[in-house]
Design a binder for this molecule. Sequence first.
Ligand SMILES: [Zn+2]
Length: 260
Amino acid sequence: MVSRTTADYEAIALAGCEALCEPAFWAGYDRASAQGFYDYYRQLTEYEPRRAAKFGIPHYCWLCINPKEAEDAVFAREVMAIIPDFLDKPNVLGIGEIGLNKNTRSELAIFEEHVEIAKKFNLPILIHTPHLEDKLKGTRLIIDALKNANVDPNKVIIDHVEEHTAGLVLDAGFWAGMTLYPESKCTPARAVDMLETFGMERIWMNSACDWGVSDPLAVAKCMQEMKKRRHSREIIEKVSFHNPVAFLSQSPNFKVPGAT
Ligand SMILES: [Zn+2]
């Protein structure tokens, strides 16, 4: 949401959004210092929740240094050292989105160190998988690393799955996330095809919101697509609400929307 306007908050509120989760990611530019990340974490944990609250939406976030900026391991470790200072902020869900971008050894080392932070603080993990031709290899590397680290797969969501990686992720016991884009990558129609292929357990979808062409209403549009295909109300609510709630409830800071 740091890249979006208040008009987007208004639109998702009107579409019935009950809560939103913002992963720590690239800010549109490479940060020049660890201090840049310190300020970014303040934005995610202090300012952005206040902006969301004006539209009645609870705002949650994930913290990490994203793989795109983690190629320099010394710099990445400097940033990771700051993360524990923010883990007790009330809107922090866990560690993410960590993962691989170009599948380099340095990225993998930093990925594993992030996993150790999550284990130490007993927090769920959100994982980014690389795009295009690197996706399958990257997903396999990630799954192997998680198995080696003995992480409970139920506490991990592996995001940006596609047709050729969803089965791999689900069969290994992890949660799978489908990231929706209006044109490129996963469109709402393609996401519903995947749901129909892989089933409705341990799977969710999210709207990509970044500096490129992306649509905060993509999840709402996917729900419409499910309705058009005559999926039941129960199934639509399961995938768009109850599944995310089940996963996120593993984070001590998450409050079930509507619960008192
Ligand atoms: Zn990502």
